[in-house]
Design a protein around this ligand. Structure first.
Ligand code: ATP
Ligand code: MG
Length: 231
C-alpha cells in the first residue's frame, strides 16, 4: 500500500562544504492495516521521510508509491486526494490558539468544503473517539498536553484517513498521557487505520510489540516484526 523505493535525500551544503545525505537508499513497504514505528536518533531522517510522503519534499532519488501511485508524479488534484487520506499528528500539536477544540476540528473540514450538516455530525463523533466531548469549548490554553494531543488526533481523524503519520506524538507528554495517546493510536489501528509512528521514545517502542524500522546514518539498520529499541 505504501512503498518507499530506494529513497535517497540529500540536502545541499550551506555553510559547510559538505552536502548532507539524510536518507541513503531507504526501501520498505507498509501494508494496509499495519502499525509501524520508525526509530532513530535525532537527525536520523524520520521527519524527512514523513515530509517526502506528504509531498512537502521531493526525494533526491527513488520513488514513493501510495496505493500503486507514484505520489511525486501525480497531478495537483490527485495530490490533494492523497493528502486527504493521510492524517498527521505532531509533537507540538499545531492547534490554532484562537479557536476552541471544536472549532479547530471543524476548521479542518471547512477548508475542504464540507457541509455544515456534515461538520455538525462528524466533529462530535471525532471528539467522542478521543474522549474530549467535555472539553469541546475549551481553547488550547485551557487544555493539558494530553488533551491538546487528543484534539490533534481528532483533527487527524476527521477525514477518516487510511493512514496516520504520527511524528513524536508523545514527545512532550508524561508517561500517563503518552499511554493514553498510544492507546488511541492502537485502537484506530485495530479498526483498520494504518499507523506510522516516528519516535525515539524507548519506553513507547518496547511497550508496543509491533514492527520497528530503525534508521541510522541514513540507512535502515533493522526492520523487525516485534521490534525492540536497539539504539
Ligand atoms: N530543509 C532542510 N534543509 C537542510 N537540511 C535539512 C532540512 N530538513 C532537515 N534537514 C537535515 O536533515 C537531517 C534529518 O532531519 P529530520 O528532521 O528528518 O530528523 P529526525 O529524525 O526527524 O530528528 P528528530 O528526532 O530530532 O525529530 C538533519 O540533520 C537536518 O538538519
Ligand atoms: Mg523529527
Amino acid at each position: 500500500m505504501i512503498f518507499f523505493n530506494n529513497i535517497t535525500k540529500i540536502y545541499p551544503a550551506y555553510l559547510t562544504k559538505k552536502e548532507k545525505i539524510v536518507l541513503d537508499d531507504v526501501s520498505f513497504k507498509v501494508e494496509k492495516g499495519e502499525f509501524v514505528s520508525i526509530v532513530g536518533m535525532s537527525g536520523a531522517g524520520k521527519t524527512t521521510l514523513f515530509n517526502i510522503f506528504l509531498r512537502e519534499e521531493k526525494p533526491t532519488k527513488g520513488e514513493v508509491f501510495f496505493n500503486e501511485k507514484n505520489i511525486h508524479k501525480i497531478s495537483q488534484r490527485e495530490g490533494c486526494e492523497v493528502r486527504r487520506k493521510v492524517g498527521t499528528i505532531f509533537q507540538d500539536y499545531k492547534l490554532l490558539s484562537s479557536k476552541t477544540v471544536y472549532e479547530n476540528i471543524a476548521y479542518a473540514m471547512e477548508v475542504t468544503g464540507a457541509s455544515d450538516e456534515n461538520i455538525e455530525k462528524r466533529v462530535p463523533e471525532a471528539l467522542d473517539t478521543v474522549g474530549l466531548l467535555e472539553q469541546a469549548l475549551h481553547f488550547p490554553y485551557q487544555l493539558s498536553g494530553g488533551e491538546k494531543q487528543r484534539t490533534a488526533i481528532a483533527r487527524a481523524l476527521i477525514h477518516e484517513p487510511e493512514v496516520i503519520l504520527a511524528d513524536e506524538p508523545t514527545g512532550d507528554l508524561d508517561p500517563y498521557n503518552s499511554r493514553d495517546v498510544l492507546g488511541i493510536l492502537l485502537d484506530l489501528n485495530k479498526s483498520g487505520t494504518t499507523v506510522i509512528l516516528a519516535t525515539h521514545d524507548k519506553e513507547v517502542i518496547n511497550s508496543l510489540g509491533k514492527r520497528v524500522i530503525t534508521l541510522k546514518d541514513g540507512k535502515i539498520v533493522s526492520d523487525s516484526k516485534q521490534g525492540r529499541f536497539i539504539l
